[in-house]
Design a protein around this ligand. Sequence first.
Ligand code: NI
Length: 260
Amino acid sequence: MRLALSTWPEVEAYLETSKGIIVPIGSMEQHGPNGLIATDAICAEEIALATGTAHGVLVGPTITLGVAQFNLDFPGTVTLRAETLMAVIRDYVRSLVRHGFERVFFLNGHGGNIAPANAAFQDLYADASFRADRAGASPLRCRLRSWWEYEGANTLRHDLYGEDEGLHATPSEVAITQAAYPDAIKRVEMAKPARLSPGYYRDFGGDRHYDAVHHRHWFPDGRIGSDPSLATPEAGRRLLEILVPDVIADYEAFLAEDTP
Ligand code: NI
């Protein structure tokens, strides 16, 4: 069930049965020679919609822009500052709270969003925590889960692609976009990627990159240790299939958490 394709009476009726919603959040940035600019947003949206459709969960509009300043030296990348994304998340969540939503589950497709999203959640909780009357405790809870955190999907990624999975413009994420948009599949020849050192993962994992000129200097074609030419729509469908039961179990546990 998509919020964007629902009417207000339908949303009102949904709120009689559930206070939870899944919100896909991604990025609009280069994804190597054959990856679509919206790869991270498409992955988050496809996983969220597959889960929402299978289990009757409302899926909010995708936050398609994320924090991707480090990719601005590649044409097509559109970024928000961290503070702008935090403001977008706060206003999005406050709008939902106004209608009675209490559990907002962000399904994330982009490492650069993790720190600002979690910081925005802390600011939202602070609105309640700064109140002197404990009776005014807010029922709001937010969670951000990146799809590669699920063990099943992560194992499949590494079974399918091994070290060629890399860190960015991965064959797995490109595969999910190919399953979603078969008419937009791009075939591009590319050399094997340079291997990343353990120190690279330690220092730059989760998109903790320097500025855009540095980033393109180090990764001239936009890939970070990956070979996205290995992506297939079949692999994308397998990833989506394996993700849905894990996402719904995680979401339902989030809804069922104990409250004060
Ligand atoms: Ni990505």
